[in-house]
Ligand binder design. Structure first.
Ligand code: FAD
Length: 454
């Protein structure tokens, strides 16, 4: 079985690796000179910066077994236990979110009325027509207005950089909705799930991880396993046609030379916004044009290094999320040098700041100088920072995370219809199976599986 995979992000690479390991012939075609897609790590002046994902949630045994198989286990770095603590901003003050029922009683993050309202969640029956609800509407109805404002809204920003009034609850947080529908309450569902996990001797401890040399270790190891000759980077696709149940692909290689080959299977793992621009010439490919409408708001990620003595706040947590009601420019910041060891030189700290997103797309596109002019005074007030950063590295993503807003199912249906009409064709990626790195890895495996079965 000969398979072409378009895109060498984590979805494409894990798919290619699985097929390659099973003895299939694979060719990965990637337009960038490097592999990994949005997974990008850079070491500069002793600061180890993640331009894309900062961590990966190890939640099931399948992922730990996979890293073991890839020989990555001894490179795994676990998140500092302090990082369980997460801050939000309320009335311009940093407040820690509660980590236990006891700390819920004492926290200043929520008013007494909001805490009482939260407890009522246990007795509110499952919501009707949950698939029609936005994330905001779902959280507000379940948890109350104030908990949504100070916990739900910033949480959505942290995961999707999205607009909770537009995001679809069933597409953005399907597991949470499932718990609510099954147990009649999100809180009951979480408690039952946690108990079941405690009883399961095989369930790994849920933990955030990274690798000693950063997230990019993962695509680098996958590239070695798939072998370089099976991955062509820096290519430009010219034509994708279907001919006698095979896929004919024409492209220019990195030196501008024309290439052409025929494949029995074709797996598309480029981001959703790039699908309509692919040079498809086959039955029903026009049906893919609406995918251009899936929003991917711009995000600016500013990695800032300071001497430890410049920052008053102990940075004793994962980071801080800023509710939209606070009217700030910052969406949130990760205390990167607290989260994982070796991210900053001795006596220095690294803070990774996020701006833009659906909340304020214009800021995500600002020039670095203008961006810092907005960011530095705000961050300095928030964390008690004196003086200028000793290190700055800004990465701008013009199109970042796909937003599965209300009505997202029409895009999924279009993809399914095109796949059904064209056996041997599969689309996989964060717009379809969840945006986290873990979900993309599983999407890559699943796409390989479909190919195997067809
Ligand atoms: C700033 C940021 C922070 C994030 N933080 C986290 C986090 O902390 N934890 C977490 O779990 N997830 C995080 N995510 C989400 C997660 O990183 C992504 O959802 C995931 O890595 C996407 O992988 P992918 O392979 O599906 O897509 P991509 O990584 O986008 O890969 C797609 C590939 O297709 C290639 N391509 C595009 N067009 C063409 C073409 N015409 N021809 C050939 N190739 C093409 C691209 O160059 C790219 O290499 C973050 C995402 C962003 C943007």
């Amino acid at each position: 079985m000969k398979t072409a995979i378009i895109g060498a992000g984590i979805t494409g690479l894990t798919c290619a690796h699985k097929l390659h390991r099973q003895g299939n012939e694979v060719l990965v075609l990637e337009s960038q000179e490097r592999v990994g897609g949005v997974i990008q790590t850079e070491l500069n002046d002793g600061f180890l910066v993640e331009h894309g994902p900062n961590s990966l949630l190890l939640d099931e045994i399948d992922l730990s077994n996979y890293f073991d198989e890839l020989g990555l286990t001894n490179q795994i770095t676990k998140a500092n236990p302090h990082s369980r603590k997460r801050f939000i901003v309320r009335d311009s003050n940093l407040l820690a979110l509660p980590l236990s029922p006891l700390s819920l009683l004492t926290t200043r993050a929520f008013s007494f009325a909001a805490k009482l309202r939260l407890l009522r969640e246990f007795s509110i029956p499952s919501l009707e027509n949950p698939e029609s609800l936005s994330v905001a509407s779902f959280f507000k109805q379940r948890l109350g207005e104030e908990i949504f404002t100070y916990a739900g809204d910033p949480f959505v920003s942290g995961v999707y950089a999205g607009d909770p009034e537009k995001l679809s609850a069933s597409h953005a947080f399907p597991r949470m909705l499932e718990l609510e529908q099954k147990h009649g309450s999100i809180l009951k569902g979480f408690i039952k799930k946690a108990r079941a996990r405690q009883k399961d001797p095989d369930a790994p401890k849920r933990q955030l991880i990274n690798f000693q040399d950063g997230m990019e270790s993962l695509p680098k190891v996958l590239m070695e396993k798939i072998r370089k000759e099976n991955i062509h980077t820096g290519i430009s696709l010219n034509n994708i046609t279907r001919d006698n149940n095979t896929w004919k692909i024409a492209w220019d290689d990195t030196n501008g030379e024309s290439c052409e080959d025929t494949f029995e299977r074709l797996i598309i793992t480029v981001p959703a916004h790039a699908i309509p621009g692919l040079p498809f010439h086959f039955d029903s490919s026009d049906a893919l044009q609406p995918l251009a409408k899936i929003p991917h708001p711009p995000i600016a990620c500013a990695a800032l290094g300071f001497r430890r003595t410049q920052v008053k706040h102990p940075l004793d947590g994962f980071g801080v999320l800023v509710p939209s009601s606070e009217g700030k420019n910052l969406l949130g910041a990760i205390f990167a040098s607290t989260l994982f060891p070796g991210r900053a030189p001795d006596d220095h700290v690294l803070i990774q700041c996020f701006l833009g997103g659906a909340r304020n797309p214009a800021i995500g596109q600002l020039e670095t100088g203008d961006l810092l002019e907005i960011l530095l005074p705000e961050l300095s007030r928030m964390l008690g920072i004196y003086g200028s950063p000793v290190f700055v590295d800004v990465k701008k993503w013009a199109k970042s995370i796909p937003q599965c807003n209300l009505g997202h199912e029409r895009f999924l249906e279009a993809l399914e219809a095109v796949e059904n009409k064209n056996p041997g064709l599969t689309f996989a990626g964060s717009y379809r199976n969840g945006v986290s790195v873990g979900q993309c890895i599983r999407a890559g495996w699943a796409a390989a599986q479909i190919q195997e079965q067809s």
